[in-house]
Design a protein around this ligand. Structure first.
Ligand code: C2E
Ligand code: MG
Ligand code: MG
Ligand code: MG
Length: 282
């Protein structure tokens, strides 16, 4: 009987795996047409300076409203886009769209507000990535300094030398670079020193530690100090409470991003976001 139950269990597992594989194929096929059908859009989440509450820029976050599947989370469809190669056309669309939004801000006088765009390793690795960035900047007519590219450390490890030379070239053009989800990967200090990044984004997992009793949260102050020594600006991701904000201020963290300040909002809302917010009143 035990053997039979084991067999049933295996069959159930197999069926579930097949269903998941089938679902992935259906989602990927639908994603293939998402750009043409206008199902993709960008939301923008503001970042603020802890020192004075000034809005320093926005992170562009991709949204997919599928008529068949509803709102699909980027954590679900970005991996599918990466596996299928669709990340290249999608990533190119995101860059174009985000630069157009930066243009819109510049037209309102916000030339110093940066738009951060998440880029996948597959995009950086692809031939012509730098031309894609150049074209997005020139089509929108914005300064390279208004664009910030967010990269993740794990992503780069695979082809470190090639990635570093491309990032160096982008930085030489004036494009800003930030290291996303810092602390979740194989971060080492030697490695950090080799990456040409202007900004370090501390992952939400560390920011969540502030609300716990343990001593681990002390690490945040050390990360901020080391980043500053290396000449980087530090952004805290996923800040949800005043308690987190005041701890981050104490750690001399430079900027915050998170629901405390604002959720990601549509372009129309982000375009009229105030210049400064009173952080203590959030
Ligand atoms: P990420 O780049 O680390 O983006 C931050 C994520 O945290 C976003 O999730 C954002 O909505 C969420 N978030 C921000 N503040 C808070 C907070 O206070 N609390 C909580 N619980 N969450 C917060 P989202 O938009 O679902 O994006 C998930 C991930 O998908 C992103 O993580 C990024 O890795 C990827 N992604 C999003 N858009 C793009 C894109 O255009 N290209 C690529 N390659 N990846 C993207
Ligand atoms: Mg990001
Ligand atoms: Mg992140
Ligand atoms: Mg993330």
């Amino acid at each position: 009987a035990a053997k039979k139950a084991g067999k049933n269990c295996w069959r159930f597992y197999q069926a579930a795996m097949q269903a998941e594989a089938y679902e992935r194929i259906r989602l990927t096929n639908s994603l293939r047409h998402a750009i043409d059908r206008g199902e993709l859009l960008l939301y923008y989440q503001p970042q603020a300076s802890i020192a004075n509450g000034g809005i320093t820029g926005f992170e562009a976050l991709l949204r997919w409203n599928s008529p068949e599947y509803g709102a699909v989370s980027p954590d679900r469809f970005i991996p599918l886009a990466e596996q299928s190669g669709l990340i290249r056309p999608i990533g190119q669309w995101v860059l174009q769209e985000a630069c157009k939004f930066a243009r819109r801000l510049a037209d309102r006088g916000w030339t110093n507000r940066k738009i951060a765009v998440n880029v996948s390793p597959h995009q950086i690795g692809a031939d012509g990535f730098i031309s894609v960035v150049r074209k997005a900047l020139s089509d929108a007519g914005i300064k390279p300094g208004q664009l910030e590219l967010e990269i993740t450390e794990n992503a780069l490890i695979a082809s470190l030398e090639d990635s570093i030379s491309k990032l160096d070239e982008l930085q030489a053009m004036g494009v800003q670079l930030s290291l996303d989800d810092f602390g979740t990967g194989y971060s080492s200090l030697t490695y950090l020193q080799r990456l040409p990044v202007n900004t370090l984004k501390i992952d939400k997992a560390f920011i969540d530690m502030i609300l716990m009793d343990g001593a681990q949260k002390a690490i945040i102050g050390s990360i901020v100090d080391i980043a500053h020594i290396m000449g980087m600006t530090v952004v805290a991701e996923g800040v949800e409470t005043q308690r987190q904000l005041s701890y981050l201020a104490q750690c001399r963290c430079d900027r915050i991003q998170g629901y405390l300040l604002s959720r990601p909002v549509p372009a129309a809302e982000a375009a009229v976001f105030p210049g400064t917010v009173n952080l203590s009143e959030l």
